[in-house]
Design a protein around this ligand. Sequence first.
Ligand SMILES: NC(=O)c1ccc[n+]([C@@H]2O[C@H](COP(=O)([O-])OP(=O)(O)OC[C@H]3O[C@@H](n4cnc5c(N)ncnc54)[C@H](O)[C@@H]3O)[C@@H](O)[C@H]2O)c1
Length: 273
Amino acid sequence: MNPTNPFDLSGRKVLFSGATGVLGTSMALYLAQQGAELLLLGRSPQKVNALRDQILAQGGKAWGYYADVTDEKSLEKVAQLVSAQHESIAILINAAGGNMPGAVIRPEQTFLDLDTEALKQVVDLNYLGTVFPIKAFLPLLLKNNSGTILNISSMAASRPMTRVMGYASSKAAIDNLTKWLAVELATKYGPSFRVNALAPGFFLTEQNRTLLTEIDGSLTQRGNQIISHTPMNRFGQPEDLLGALHWLCSDASSFVTGSVVAVDGGFSAYAGV
Ligand SMILES: NC(=O)c1ccc[n+]([C@@H]2O[C@H](COP(=O)([O-])OP(=O)(O)OC[C@H]3O[C@@H](n4cnc5c(N)ncnc54)[C@H](O)[C@@H]3O)[C@@H](O)[C@H]2O)c1
């Protein structure tokens, strides 16, 4: 802990899944600018290496690792590699996740039309895709003597939204897991191990673009409904997450564990009237 700056992240090793996504890239670049050292984990070596090279070109430190977060065996192999190259990590961010078109119930459909295979894939990605990396990389966090895990939830967890049942349920499981694991780590390993989640509101990204906007960029009915339930009257921008990210990753939040922090322009506070 830096006694003069509890927000200091320099030299902290961050293992980051989903780092090449829209929100992940913004967060990874920001953390690297703050002096953190990024261990980027993704499925596509091409994308991971491009982000690694961007961080290196900006004078930061980064390494690339490749695995599907739903594949326990390849995560274990990555953990062995990381252990050989870095010994320990200080922060684990689980940002791999998202919805899938097949798991969305279209307006003309009902629950009875639910594609259960697509449902399983969404639950696997969002829930097991967070549990498996935690299981694989927790030993590396424990070796550091202090550490923090940051999961990514969603507004859909606490305010279940129409049509995206599987996504909403699996993000609700992330909120529950965050609290469960916060207790588990603090009581079994000590108070210097923390688990929190960020719950972004609505950010226009590839996975929700067609739900929220038309081809010409205007809002869909759903997009309009969301904006009218967001007191700040806009979608989030990736950089809106960076302050909360920084706080939760740093010692400035050392008494915060088991929290799900909304960054949502007031969406979760608004009853609609
Ligand atoms: N965009 C939003 O409005 C929003 C809102 C709330 C929560 N979130 C959550 O934020 C996180 C990041 O989302 P985003 O908007 O940047 O989406 P994104 O699709 O741009 O990023 C998701 C990342 O996860 C990776 N990924 C997907 N499946 C994977 C797998 N099986 N193994 C390894 N990596 C995998 C993708 O390659 C990508 O890098 C997700 O958990 C998402 O659910 C997003």
